[in-house]
Design a protein around this ligand. Structure first.
Ligand SMILES: [Zn+2]
Length: 58
C-alpha cells in the first residue's frame, strides 16, 4: 500500500481520469447522436461502429 504502485495501477488511474469506465467503453451521447469516444466522430443512433476510425464498443 505504501510503496509505489505498479504500472497497471497508474494506467487505471489514467483511464479513470479520462473516462468513467475502464472496462465497458461505450458511445458518448451528444445531441441524440452517438459520439465516438476515440475520435469524437458523430454517428446516428443505429451506428455500431465508428466509420471514421473504426472504433466499436466492446
Ligand atoms: Zn472514431
Amino acid at each position: 500500500m505504501a510503496s509505489a504502485p505498479v504500472d497497471d495501477d497508474m494506467f487505471d488511474e489514467f483511464l479513470n481520469q479520462r473516462g468513467h469506465d475502464t472496462e465497458t467503453v461505450g458511445w458518448e451521447e451528444s445531441y441524440n447522436k452517438k459520439q465516438c469516444p476515440d475520435c469524437g466522430g458523430l454517428h446516428d443512433s443505429g451506428a455500431t461502429e465508428c466509420s471514421v476510425c473504426g472504433w466499436s464498443p466492446v
